[in-house]
Design a protein around this ligand. Structure first.
Ligand code: UD1
Length: 429
């Protein structure tokens, strides 16, 4: 199993290119099941989750062709995927595949919408809480699907096709909103989704679906209206920048000090995250090329933050912010409201000398003078990268074990940080 070795104490200076968003790429790839034509996705990140989803879609008969690097194209350019779900050979998504990536459960929506049936394994447990699928099922039922739970599988049937309906989510859910939008795109009649998630990835998928011929309005607001169409076509779409990768590197620079341009990204994708960094004393300047992040000499100020659905502070940056606040001059509080049990990084950060006290969903972080390198264990995707951030500022060597979690969501992490002066290397095996 690969490990990452980091020797802390270097400032970061230079340019970090931001990749396409993992959380938009996955639903976009799944949306390819809605059409028999080819969907071309550009700016796709090279990630383990993308490869795994390619494999999962292959099981349904989907061909994914990855275009080679064009002459003169830089190493950091995203990939182009040509995805064709011309013939769907199987409407079952088995446990051994779905359990490896929760988002693959979402295939249930395009499969039942296009094929009239889907049999998808329940995803099972997860390191960051129970993460149920009840609201996804509720949305499909609202569109006329008959649902049965059979041997650990959710079976959805709509022999005569789905019909438009009203979906009112009792709580904001990204997965529920993706599923409802994809299913409604091919339903007969109009669907209204209330209390929809407003995350930018929802808007990106809706934009792509509209290019494919869907009639979706209001994506990015809490009320989405979808007029179903009989058929969708192919399209070409470039994935939007990864706001979580952007925020993660912004926090890394805030942690070490230095001056870095985060290239190919946009501030409005993570305004709440950037506002918190400004309060902490970090320099944030939007430019034509991206976002410039700097901290030179000034101390980090403590912050009070609560995670919320977009446009609030994202849960996917909570662990990274906590790592940053371990070095603040004073006491910070972070409250996690989206996922229970999303504090797995706390114990590992403590191994580096962090002082964090947990009380239910609220963490109190007392800033310390210094962190000290130690062997640590990655537990989930965002938690792992918080350990990297802490290690970049820790005295001496930190070995991050189980980095396959990082490879699920961060493209060329060690190359991107190394190019800005971090002492970081991957040790294979
Ligand atoms: C997505 C993101 C993940 C991010 C999360 C919240 C992807 C691939 N993943 O996850 O990185 O952390 O949004 O921004 O895009 N819930 C229910 N019932 C359901 C569905 C969800 O109770 O049927 C609950 C969840 O347990 C959680 C909350 O709703 O407490 C939000 O979950 P959701 O927004 O659906 O997260 P995901 O789409 O799984």
């Amino acid at each position: 199993m690969d490990r990452i070795r980091i020797v802390g104490g270097q400032r970061l200076n230079g340019v970090i290119p931001i990749s396409g968003a993992k959380n938009a790429t996955l639903p976009l790839m799944i949306a390819s099941l809605l059409t028999a034509d080819t969907l071309v996705l550009e700016n796709v990140p090279r990630l383990a989750d993308v490869r795994l989803l390619q494999h999962i879609l292959g099981n349904h008969g989907v061909d994914v062709m990855i275009a080679g690097k064009r002459p003169g194209e830089p190493d950091n350019a995203g990939q182009t995927l040509h995805i064709s779900a011309k013939t769907i050979v199987d409407t079952t998504a088995p446990y051994d595949l779905v359990s490896r990536m929760r988002a693959s459960f979402w295939v249930i929506a395009p499969l039942v919408a296009r094929m009239g049936e889907a049999r998808v394994s329940m995803p099972g447990g997860c390191a960051i809480g129970t993460r149920p699928v009840d609201l996804l099922i509720m949305a499909l039922e609202a569109l006329g699907a008959e649902i049965e739970i059979d041997g650990g599988y959710v079976v959805a049937r709509a022999r005569k096709g789905l019909r438009g309906g009203e979906v009112k989510f009792p709580k904001v859910t990204v997965s529920g909103t993706h599923v409802a939008v994809m299913a409604a795109a091919l339903a007969n009649g109009t669907t209204v989704i209330d209390n929809a998630a407003c995350e930018p990835e929802i808007g990106d998928v809706a934009d792509c679906l509209n290019k494919m011929g869907a009639k979706i309005s209001g994506a990015g607001t809490p009320r989405i209206v979808i007029e179903g169409v009989a058929k969708l076509n192919g399209a070409r779409h470039a994935v939007l920048p990864d706001r979580i990768e952007t925020g993660t590197y912004a926090m890394a620079v805030a942690m070490t000090g230095g001056d870095v341009l985060l290239q190919n990204t946009r501030p409005e994708l993570l305004q709440a995250g950037l506002d918190v960094l400004v309060k902490a004393g970090v320099g944030i300047v939007p430019t034509n090329e991206g976002i410039r992040v700097s901290r030179n000499g000034s101390a980090l100020q403590p912050v009070e933050v609560t995670t919320e659905p977009f446009p609030g502070f994202p849960t996917d940056l909570q662990a990274q912010l906590m790592a940053l606040m371990t070095r603040a001059k004073g006491t910070s509080h972070i409250t996690e409201t989206i996922f229970e049990n999303r504090f797995m990084h706390v114990q590992e950060l403590a191994r580096l000398g962090a002082r964090i006290h947990l009380d239910g969903e609220r963490a109190t972080i007392e800033g310390v003078e210094k962190l000290k390198g130690a062997p640590v264990m990655a537990t989930d995707l965002r938690a792992s990268v918080s350990l990297v951030i802490a290690a970049l500022a820790a005295e001496g060597e930190t070995m991050v074990n189980r980095v396959y979690h990082l490879d699920r969501g961060f493209e060329r992490l060690e190359a991107k940080l190394g190019a800005c002066g971090a002492v970081i290397e991957r040790i294979s095996g």
